[in-house]
Design a protein around this ligand. Structure first.
Ligand code: SME
Length: 150
């Protein structure tokens, strides 16, 4: 289980002064992924066009390269700009299975300055029901601090 205070402090120190979004995503993905045994795939999809996400920096096995806003949990998070917590991926209509071992996931919208949607953070777990509101709050706070969204 993450010590989110510790993690947030480490990410704050590492990202201090950096504004490049890909550099920030790479650093956050790495720090998150290694902080918690529940996290089996940790990474970002970036908004690259109207209603279109493409793979960004990640840790874990390969992720699919392109996700339209109309598809999957990542698409739902991008479309609604709401955190998606999926306790059982098999019960989520349209879930995109990149790894057959994934059982549950959390996807958060990533907002940049001016409230612009710059992407989503996707964390997949091989454990069922791995994520709850505490994860959503702590991860959301980290994203807000790093990417400056309000
Ligand atoms: N869980 C995602 C896609 C997974 S990956 O490509 C790592 C979804 O259904 O949006």
């Amino acid at each position: 289980m993450s010590d989110y205070d510790d993690l947030a402090a480490r990410i704050r120190a590492l990202c201090h002064g950096e504004t490049d979004e890909v550099a920030l995503m790479a650093t956050v993905a790495c720090e998150l992924h290694h902080s918690d045994d529940r996290f089996d795939w940790t990474g970002f999809y970036r908004v690259v066009g109207p209603d279109l996400l493409k793979i960004g920096p990640y840790q874990g096995g390969h992720g699919c390269l392109v996700i339209p806003f109309s598809r999957g949990v990542c698409g739902a998070a991008a479309r609604t700009r709401q955190v998606q917590i999926v306790p059982d991926v098999e019960a989520f209509p349209g879930h995109i299975a990149c790894s057959s071992s994934t059982r549950s996931e959390i996807v958060l919208p990533v907002l940049g300055q001016d409230g612009r949607l710059i992407g989503v953070l996707d964390i997949d777990s091989d454990r069922p029901d791995a994520f709850d509101a505490r994860d959503a709050a702590a991860l959301g706070a980290i994203l807000e601090e790093v990417f400056g969204g309000t």
